[in-house]
Ligand binder design. Sequence first.
Ligand code: NAP
Ligand code: 3JN
Length: 335
Amino acid sequence: MSKNVNVAITGATGAVGADMINTLEKRCFPVASIKLLASARSAGKLLEFKGEKIAVEELTEKSFSNIDIALFSAGAARSKEFAKFAVDAGAVVVDNSSAFRMDDDVPLVVPEVNAAAALKHNGIIANPNCSTIIMAVAVYPLHKAKNLKRLVAATYQAASGAGAAAMSELIEQTRVLLDGGNPVADKFPHPLAFNLFPHIDVFMDNGYTKEEMKMLNEARKIMRHPTLNVSCTCVRVPIPRAHSESLNMEFENEITPEEARELISKAPGVVLRDDPGKNEYPMPVDASGMDDVIVGRVRRDVSRRDNRGLEMFVSGDQLLKGAALNAVQIAELLI
Ligand code: NAP
Ligand code: 3JN
């Protein structure tokens, strides 16, 4: 691929799309031209890239002529319908949705874990689910050294994980509650302000949600670990931005908290913040706007008799590392 790249962003007006535009600019991605695509509702809306106002265009089958890299973030239905037109036009698609993640011929990439997989694509590379990415960058350095066998996780997922309108809904519900009114839920199954619920995406026949099953299936594929056991409960919390996760891990080999901290402090994409005596641990307010995932509260699992279990807590910006930044990092691997 040439050095200066014609880029299209599908879903440019969304929460992830906005961060894709910012991330391309911030990382000085070699953009020759940029095309911003969204629904017909947004056609003509002006967005800014490098100080220049660019009009949003309606996504159509013909949107991708002359495009080298198409970043897709307009939901799985749009990816299923339109990615093929981008590929046929000669673009490489980096897709943020679940549409192709588990397809055998589509690499599922977190650059800190499996960058090489990105180069074996057939036109489409998938970006994993945001909770999975945040978990994978934190856990992979430990897995590489000590062989992870089982992971039990609980997530604390921000409102913006469900899109820009969902984040606005949380703010509005909070205002209504503080004014003594009754908040109304639209984007979520229940009001989220001053509340939380263990329900993200749809429920499956086994009682887990689809979001929880993504953590299992995608983690196995990214870490090339088909026997990894993962059980997860995904919870929506009244936080605007940045997902957090409580992770309980069982390893094949013994591991001490000191070894884990050492491995994490040397690993890419993660930063250790683990000084409970000074009230220092991962928090979503700190992770918001950060590229790295924050890891802390690393400790031995006291429920076990051996030294093969660890607990830790992570916070990561799901719109950046969980979506836009990871997608742009994948695009960087292509040029
Ligand atoms: P969002 O804020 O709701 O934005 C959705 C985007 O999709 C908007 O640009 C919207 O355009 C566009 N869109 C919707 N229907 C369309 C259509 N028929 N044709 C063309 N464009 C259409 O959602 P988001 O948070 O950015 O997330 C987008 C996708 O990214 C999700 O569906 C998910 O697959 C993935 N993702 C999200 C996150 C996250 O933390 N939010 C993390 C990982 C992955 P209009 O403004 O014109 O409606
Ligand atoms: O809700 C969250 O915190 C993350 C949401 C991710 C999401 C939302 C709608 C559709 C996804 C995803 O990335 O898995 C999808 C999807 O593509 O299936």
